[in-house]
Design a protein around this ligand. Structure first.
Ligand code: PEP
Ligand code: MG
Length: 584
């Protein structure tokens, strides 16, 4: 009977194949005393298992497909480094010699200590490292317990077209499995930022994680359909479901091929208008997607993510390193660093003043920064120092008042003078731009444009504040409408104001990466779109298929329409029937 299981879709795409259930028994760690005469043999046995593990990991690393993402190699490098750590490869030897412990027990004891150290760390990234330690140690333990069959050989060779179902997957397993031809990953555990999630996205393999009980409900060779976009897994599907999914898979494949070919093409319309397609990022780790889509720069670096899941804010050096890392990866391309936008739904554990009354209308973003000047200046220093390494643009979120610009500029000048005095390099002409995401700023965009070097329309907040619907409140979600005439008018006003002032204007809210609105925005005169990198090639395809002159006329009709249904229909007509949103 067909069964549908739900999890978190972390890598989109559709796969249909038979299950390969990777069942690994939990390791039983033996504990015994080694007679004194055999202690050196035991040390030798340990060293051989470490060596076998090193060979296996290096071997897997060397067989990463050439087009694989950088993360695959870097995860394996991290695992090799952990293997070389004295706590893993040296300390157990001392226990074998001093306490006459068997190798498995000595290694397990040391790794438990190391994992406890990581668990005690404040930084969530480092805390997460305990998973890597556990995965490396498990591999060594399996080699100790099973010296004849190498760990890697426990996975059969014939996996072409199979869907792997596992409790969890280590990066090395994921790469090995990919090389053996598997078509999708399904795991019991994991979240959107787990290794499996990150790797499957960049290996381009559909994946669903957190399918609780997957290994329990699914048997080897069961037919599975993995819908990585929706996070649905069908077990033993009916023929009707299979043929529908086969149709969808073919459609996605066609589109993916087409999009891939566009990677190196220019974002230029049929009538020769060049459009900038930029990426939104939250952490330096997001850069893999940026490279994959060949974005022409960063239009929004949401720096608040560096401040989340921790009790103390990152200091100047840590921020500087994070900014420079991104800048160095994009030589010659603009990197738009947005200053801290904490508050409202962007919650941090850092001790900061908050507004209890109505967070969305309270002390958020630039308002908070102008109150917490010490915290803000640390960030400005880090951004300014980073500006010496590339083309950096500074962007202020949530402007509602022109005085806020003056106060930020004053602080920037103060920091610049401090840097000058101490002989630290920075870009003296760093452009300072502002987000237009509060209706007040959009309505008077001409006044804001006069004081700024560029504008960027944040439609997520602009829609929330214009339509008075909390962006995280499900009960009023149905009112969320980017095509509401008030929203479209504010967008058009902002674009016109920037054009009149002769400064660039971008859009960096979700609307910029949504194919349903691309043609309309092009028609309204938008020439810079910043979005999640995964949307970039689809948007590029639309740009390349468009004649801007036609879109201009059609957009004018949309703006003149007096009925929301007419707006909807006109926009659908611009997009052509059934076009726009794509599967995948
Ligand atoms: C926006 O509001 O549209 C925006 C891009 O900023 P954020 O989503 O980070 O608030
Ligand atoms: Mg915003």
């Amino acid at each position: 009977m067909m069964l549908a299981l739900h999890g978190k879709g972390v890598s989109s795409g559709i796969a249909i194949g038979r299950a390969y259930v990777l069942k690994r028994e939990r390791l039983k760690i033996p504990e015994y005393v080694i007679p004194a005469a055999f202690v050196e043999d035991e040390v030798q046995r340990f060293l051989e298992a470490v060596e076998t593990t090193r060979r296996e990991l290096s071997d897997i690393r060397d067989h990463i497909p050439p087009d694989a993402p950088v993360e695959a190699a870097s995860f394996l490098d991290t695992h090799l480094l952990i293997l070389n750590d004295t706590m893993v490869s040296d300390a157990p030897i001392k226990d074998i010699r001093d306490n006459q412990w068997n190798a498995e027990f000595a290694l397990k004891t040391q790794s438990d200590r190391l994992i406890a150290v990581f668990e005690g760390m404040e930084d969530p990234y480092l805390r997460n490292k305990k998973i890597d330690v556990a995965q490396v140690v498990e591999r060594v333990l399996r080699n100790l317990l099973n010296p004849d069959g190498h760990e890697a050989e426990l996975i059969p060779d014939e996996l072409d077209g199979r869907v792997v179902v596992a409790n969890d997957l280590a990066p090395a397993d994921a790469v090995t499995l990919k090389n053996k031809g598997i078509v999708a990953f399904v795991t019991n555990l994991g979240g959107p930022i787990s290794h499996t999630a990150i790797l499957s996205r960049s290996l381009g393999i559909p994946a669903i994680v957190a399918v609780h009980g997957a290994t329990r409900y699914i048997d080897n060779n069961d037919v599975l359909i993995v819908d990585g976009k929706r996070g649905i897994l069908f077990v033993a599907p009916d023929t009707i479901v299979i043929s529908e999914y086969e149709r969808r898979a073919r459609k996605i494949e066609r589109l993916q091929r087409e999009l891939k070919a566009l990677r190196t093409s220019e974002a230029i319309s049929r009538d020769g208008v060049t459009v900038q397609l930029l990426a939104n990022i939250e952490l330096p780790e997001d850069m893999a997607g940026v490279h994959q889509a060949l974005a022409s720069g960063i239009g929004l670096y949401r720096t608040e993510f560096l401040f989340m899941n921790r009790k103390t804010p990152p200091d100047e050096e840590e921020q500087f390193a994070a900014y420079v890392k991104v800048i160095r990866e994009l030589p010659g391309q603009p990197v738009t660093i947005r200053t801290l936008d904490l508050g409202a739904d962007k919650h941090a554990d850092i001790d900061l003043p908050t507004t209890a009354v109505n967070p969305a209308l309270g002390l958020r973003a630039v308002r908070l920064c102008l109150q917490e000047v010490g915290l803000f200046k640390v960030q400005l220093r880090a951004i300014l120092r980073a500006s010496a390494f590339g083309t950096v643009r500074l962007m202020i979120p949530m402007l509602s008042n022109i005085d806020e610009i003056a106060r930020v500029v004053e602080l920037v000048r103060e920091v610049q003078e401090e840097l000058l005095r101490t002989g630290v390099d920075f870009d003296t002409d760093i452009p300072i731009g502002g987000m237009i995401e509060v209706p007040a700023a959009a309505v008077s965009a001409d006044l804001f444009a006069a004081h700024l070097d560029f504008l960027s329309i944040g439609t997520n907040d602009l829609i929330q504040y214009t339509l008075a619907i909390d962006r995280v409140d499900d009960t009023v979600n149905y009112l969320y409408d980017p095509l509401h005439p008030s929203v479209l008018r504010l967008i058009a006003m902002t674009i016109d104001a920037a054009d009149k002032q002769g400064i660039p204007v971008a859009m960096c809210g979700e609307m910029a990466g949504d194919t349903r609105y691309t043609r309309l925005l092009l028609g309204l005169g938008l020439r810079e779109f910043s979005m999640h990198p995964s949307a970039l090639l689809e948007i590029k395809k639309i740009v390349r298929e468009s004649a801007i002159a036609d879109l201009k006329q059609q957009s004018a009709q949309v703006m003149a329409a007096r009925d929301p249904r007419a707006v909807q229909m006109l926009v659908e007509r611009m997009n052509g029937d059934g076009d726009g949103a794509t599967e995948g």
